[in-house]
Design a protein around this ligand. Structure first.
Ligand SMILES: Nc1ncnc2c1ncn2[C@@H]1O[C@H](COP(=O)(O)OP(=O)(O)OP(=O)(O)O)[C@@H](O)[C@H]1O
Ligand SMILES: [Mg+2]
Length: 272
């Protein structure tokens, strides 16, 4: 099982929307998908649960941290949903190490049952995010094309608690940053200029999808994506042409991300 975490400390950048689209996408591709929602807001759980596609686990995601013995339904698409208990974890600092250990042990125990685990995270740099990053193979970081978000890229890399450098150095050397995924992208001069600035400053962190100078993975801003999220629909199955058009724009980026995640060596490090 490969584990992919969606994270960015900026709120509202499309983490949960991308996590939801990816979960449906991988399930559609025939991968056995485990979806874990570590955000008490539940914006990954709600659309997956209401879509009727994912089997609901009988525990909330907090239990993956508080207990190491978990058993999940034998189904190809399972959701471990958001739960109120997630909020209390940060307030028990003496238990943070056990929480992270339990989470890692729970994922390890599920290794043979799923091909892919997708974890959506809350925007605070707390123990939930640390546990997720400490256990993951891949990090994908949705980012919005505004100045604050661009300024925030430094923190993503260098934050003292949850920055990828720190996590890799101290907790999880196998963690790989797939890259920054610009989301809610609009063809305005303002965003174009921020996109070129992002390319100039952080080109190695973007995800190339072609040979052109601006060919990097991104998610456009489309009302159909917000509607899919709000109505728990699968974007490419929606009746409107606008939804299918939005999906077509996303496919090259998802194919690239999927290629990276699924082609990588076994997470026990055999190919490392
Ligand atoms: N590509 C998109 N086009 C249009 N709307 C979008 C897109 N991506 C996300 N949205 C909408 O923007 C809002 C914020 O998105 P989302 O909840 O995915 O962000 P988030 O990063 O998970 O937020 P939080 O930090 O609060 O967890 C939601 O209403 C969502 O439906
Ligand atoms: Mg979210």
């Amino acid at each position: 099982m490969k584990t992919l975490v969606l994270a960015n400390q900026k709120g509202g950048v499309g983490k949960s929307a991308v996590a939801t689209l990816l979960a449906h996408y991988f399930a559609q591709q025939g991968q056995r998908v485990l979806a874990i929602d570590l955000d008490h807001q539940g914006n990954f759980s709600k659309p997956l649960r209401r879509s009727g596609r994912a089997e609901l686990a009988n525990v909330g995601a907090d239990v993956l941290m508080t207990s190491s013995a978990i058993s999940l339904p034998e189904k190809p698409f399972v959701l471990v949903p958001s739960a109120a208990g997630l909020l209390g974890l940060e307030r028990q600092p003496a238990l943070h190490n056990p929480f992270a250990r339990n989470f890692r042990a729970a994922l390890a125990a599920l290794d043979a049952q799923f091909d892919l685990c997708i974890i959506d995270t809350n925007p605070n740099p707390d123990i939930r995010l640390i546990a997720a990053l400490a256990s993951a193979d891949f990090l994908l970081s949705p980012i919005q094309l505004n100045q604050e978000a661009l300024d925030g890229v430094g923190a993503l890399l260098n934050h003292e608690r949850v920055g990828i450098r720190k996590i890799k150095a101290v907790l999880n050397p196998k963690l790989k940053l797939i890259g920054l995924l610009p989301t809610l992208v609009e063809p305005t001069p303002f965003q174009r200029s921020n996109f070129s600035q992002l390319i100039q400053q952080y080109k190695p962190l973007l995800i190339p999808i072609g040979s052109g100078p601006g060919d990097f993975a991104f998610i456009p801003k489309r009302s159909a994506i917000a509607e899919a999220q709000a109505n728990a629909e699968v974007l490419w199955e929606m009746k409107k042409t606008a939804a299918r058009d939005a999906w077509k724009e996303i496919v090259p980026s998802f194919e690239k991300i999927s290629g990276i995640v699924l082609s990588a060596g076994d997470h026990h490090g055999l190919a490392a």
